[in-house]
Design a protein around this ligand. Structure first.
Ligand SMILES: [Fe+2]
Ligand SMILES: [Fe+2]
Length: 420
């Protein structure tokens, strides 16, 4: 049994019976226990200033009994006239940001789709410990070429840093600015998922036996990885300030641009595309445990990107935001240049079934798709076809199940997921 006061300690206490199934029975058992405890205390603890019975005093060993906690007086009914006078929350009054309705009241929903995202997210439960990594250890040390190890290590190095950044963005910069609880609840789940992703990469790094200090430090010393991180850090730092006021039009535009960047590019392109080198190994029967871990993460990231894009569009609609086309174009071009530097570093020469050109062209293809979702012009109009047509199949794992004989589809809970 877990010791909740000291969870890392080995418990020496015995298991207690589980609480009764019904709330009523549970309340009755609590009441009964309380009466029994009171009787026991009355029998064994003398009143202050009195001695115990002579027999107990003189001969029998003293058994210490824990004193019952003092009974608190029943709380008075809430009579705060200000609370009782407030109007009920009207869903139409809710807004994504700058709203004035009660943030503690979930329903009525104005954004029922946000609640659906939360329910869908809860159908993708796993931990990295659920996936067998034994074959990956063998593959890494005995089957991968030096070039393939370089790809594997640098993908992990980039992802570890990126997921911490993603967690900080949504948890520290975005959530606090939302003024409808149904949005915050999905984002709270998203914060957890980003930390789960970080655990997953750490689990892969530990299991394979990579040098953690070197892998985690790589984004700081490799300019091609650092370039992508710096772009994201700059966006994040511009919106993670205590003095930000989203009623200011410049601040509002900057926040929307940042949210669009994180949902549409950072998660929607860089993460989505970032797993593909490992999936290319998986397609050749290599590093299948790691790839399965990334498939779970990819499910989450598809939802994160889709949700973020929807929220950004809703803000643009509600707040009547006009974005500067030059800034949007600059955002895509900067992201493409950083992705190209990264891809050339990752794959100076192609590995079997995957090249830097594949990676960059797939980025452009996915970027066009995200731009369409955001109601923006295609940033790369010459790119009409996926360079990696199998990547979408990888995202929708049920189609891959028989081929790779993984258990990932069965692990989904609560019915089918829908993918945008
Ligand atoms: Fe993530
Ligand atoms: Fe994410």
């Amino acid at each position: 049994m877990l010791n909740w006061d000291d969870p890392l300690a080995t418990s020496t206490t015995q298991e207690t019976a589980p609480p009764p199934a019904s709330a009523t029975a549970y309340e009755e058992s609590i009441a009964k226990a309380s009466v029994e405890q009171t009787q026991q205390v009355t029998e064994t603890i003398p009143a202050y200033g009195q001695s115990s019975s002579p027999a107990t005093d003189s001969a029998a060993p003293v058994t210490k009994q824990k004193a019952a906690p003092a009974q608190k007086p029943a709380p008075k009914a809430a009579v705060d006239p200000q609370v009782n006078d407030v109007e009920p929350v009207n869903a139409d009054d809710k807004r994504v940001i700058n709203g004035m309705t009660d943030i503690n009241q979930l329903a009525p929903f104005k954004y029922p789709w946000a609640w659906e995202y939360f329910l869908n997210a809860n159908k993708n439960h796993w931990t990295p410990l659920d996936i067998n990594m034994a074959q990956d250890v063998h593959d890494y040390h005995h089957k991968l070429t030096i070039e393939e190890r370089h790809v594997y290590e640098n993908v992990l190095s980039y992802l570890t840093t990126s997921d911490i950044l993603a967690m900080r963005n949504i948890g520290l910069a975005v959530m606090e600015k939302m003024s409808a609880p149904e949005l915050q609840i999905y984002q709270a789940r998203q914060v957890y998922e980003e930390s789960l992703h970080t655990w997953t990469y750490q689990h892969c790094i530990e299991t394979i036996g990579l040098d953690q200090g070197e892998i985690y430090n790589r984004y700081r010393v490799v300019p091609e990885i650092n370039g992508k991180i710096q772009i994201a850090n700059r966006r994040l730092n511009s919106v993670m300030r205590s003095d930000i006021d989203l009623r200011d039009r410049d601040e509002l535009e900057n926040f929307v641009m940042s949210y669009m960047f994180f949902a549409g590019i950072f998660e929607g392109c860089w993460f989505y595309n970032g797993f593909s080198p490992i999936f290319a190994l998986q397609r050749r029967g290599l590093m299948k445990g790691t790839a399965e871990q990334l498939q779970y993460i990819m499910r989450d990231e598809v939802l994160h990107a889709s949700f973020g894009i929807r929220v950004a569009k809703q803000i643009i609609l509600e707040e009547n935001v006009t974005l500067d086309p030059a800034k949007i174009s600059e955002m895509w071009q900067e992201a493409e240049a950083a992705e190209e530097h990264y891809a050339r570093y990752l794959l100076p020469d192609p590995i079997l079934g995957y090249s830097a050109d594949d990676h960059i062209n797939q980025f452009r293809f996915i970027a066009n798709r995200r731009a369409k979702s955001l109601n923006l012009d295609k940033p790369f109009p010459g790119i009409e076809e996926a360079a990696l047509p199998w990547l979408d199949e990888q995202a929708n794992m049920r189609k891959e199940k028989n081929f790779f004989e993984t258990r990932v589809t069965e692990y989904q809970t609560g019915g089918a997921l829908k993918w945008d």
